[in-house]
Design a protein around this ligand. Structure first.
Ligand SMILES: NC(=O)c1ccc[n+]([C@@H]2O[C@H](COP(=O)([O-])OP(=O)(O)OC[C@H]3O[C@@H](n4cnc5c(N)ncnc54)[C@H](O)[C@@H]3O)[C@@H](O)[C@H]2O)c1
Length: 323
């Protein structure tokens, strides 16, 4: 199957998931040109794009998704006919100390992208320009939008109940994306994934922190009693899911993406300790404000509709890290 877009704008492609996604697509498809727009915040780095930066189907632009003038220029010059938006402020702790950048990039930025898609692809509500009949916007969302659940799992039609400024900004973006689909008929899809792990993740996130603590024989700080539960999916499996949704879903489709491998933060660290001579050493610290106890999402929809399966197991991944 060919990729849905010929000229795909990937935003946030110098970050963790975006850089893995570009690598995934350029390896899998030869008929797509990828334009990566990233403002290179502290979380973005061009060394994450080294694997593919010389590929003739790839081009990088440094810039902000809030800048509609720049977006319009890129859309017009390169006939952009698909957007996958990874660009966001992503660290919950930062959203607690300073929420403003989260509102700007995660809400205003998404509005700006949608507005430019509408203006370039459509004549009027529900009427696409001839050359852009297949054009689509995909939003990358997070399981954190649903909030915490002690038993069972959230489905795609569960109510949103975000608890941190980060998850509230992502939930707001999902609503704006939905409104562009319902009001203007813009072709949109959304994927809502659990915690990702894999190459290129920023050192501020839990698994890179564990790895660095082992390397430096240092302590890892754990919030509260470490019993908070997260589902962990390998970034490759998430990229595969995003690609299927973007290519195959009907417009307006929204899919949960997770592995079903739920673990407490403490259990996750114990998996490392078992393999790496009882490292890292653990230090418990006072809990994060508004810390969600458990995220859990039901993935029946993507399995049944798109035949999605995960291929990675987190325990094997930890072993193969060979720290
Ligand atoms: N990492 C996870 O476990 C996870 C889980 C679920 C959902 N998500 C979502 O996936 C997406 C990517 O997450 P990630 O972990 O790769 O994040 P990341 O922090 O590693 O990368 C984000 C990238 O976006 C760029 N960026 C930020 N603001 C921008 C702006 N205004 N304009 C242009 N570029 C900007 C940064 O420079 C960076 O390269 C985010 O939308 C996040 O909410 C992540």
């Amino acid at each position: 199957m060919n990729f849905r877009s010929k000229n795909l704008l990937v935003t946030g492609g110098a970050g963790f998931i975006g850089s893995n996604f570009i690598d995934f697509i350029l390896k899998k498809y030869k008929n797509v040109r990828i334009f990566n727009l990233d403002s290179l915040t502290y979380a973005g780095a061009l060394n994450k794009t080294e694997k593919f930066s010389s590929n003739s189907n790839y081009k990088f632009f440094k810039g902000d998704i809030c800048n509609q003038t720049l977006l319009n220029k890129i859309f017009k010059e390169f006939q952009i006919d698909g957007v996958i938006n990874f660009a966001a402020e992503t660290h919950v702790d930062n959203s607690i100390t300073n929420p403003m950048p989260f509102i700007k990039s995660n809400i205003n930025g998404v509005f700006s992208l949608l507005n430019v898609c509408y203006n370039n692809w459509m004549k009027s509500p529900f009427k696409y320009n001839e050359n852009f009949l297949q054009a689509r916007f995909h939003q990358i969302s997070t399981d954190e939008v649903y909030g915490s659940i002690s038993e069972g799992s959230f489905c795609e039609n569960s109510l949103y109940s975000p608890n941190s400024p980060y998850s509230a900004s992502k939930a707001s973006a999902d609503m704006i994306v939905r409104s562009f689909n319902k009001t203007y008929g813009l072709n949109v899809t959304t994927s809502i994934s659990s915690n990702n792990y894999g190459p290129n993740q920023h050192k501020e996130k839990l698994i890179p922190k564990i790895i660095n603590s082992i390397k430096n024989d240092d302590y890892i700080n754990i919030y509260g009693d470490g019993k908070n539960i997260r589902d962990w999916i390998h970034v490759y499996d998430n990229c595969n899911a995003i690609c299927s949704i973007f290519n195959e879903s009907e417009s307006g489709g929204k899919f949960n993406v997770a592995s079903g491998q739920e673990t407490t933060n403490l259990e996750l660290i114990l998996k490392f300790k078992k393999i790496y001579s009882d490292k890292p050493k653990i230090r418990f610290i006072s809990d994060r404000f508004g810390h969600d106890f458990r995220y859990s999402i039901d993935t029946s929809l993507i399995k049944n509709k798109l035949g999605f399966k995960t291929t990675f197991d987190i325990e094997n991944y930890i072993k193969e890290l060979n720290i």
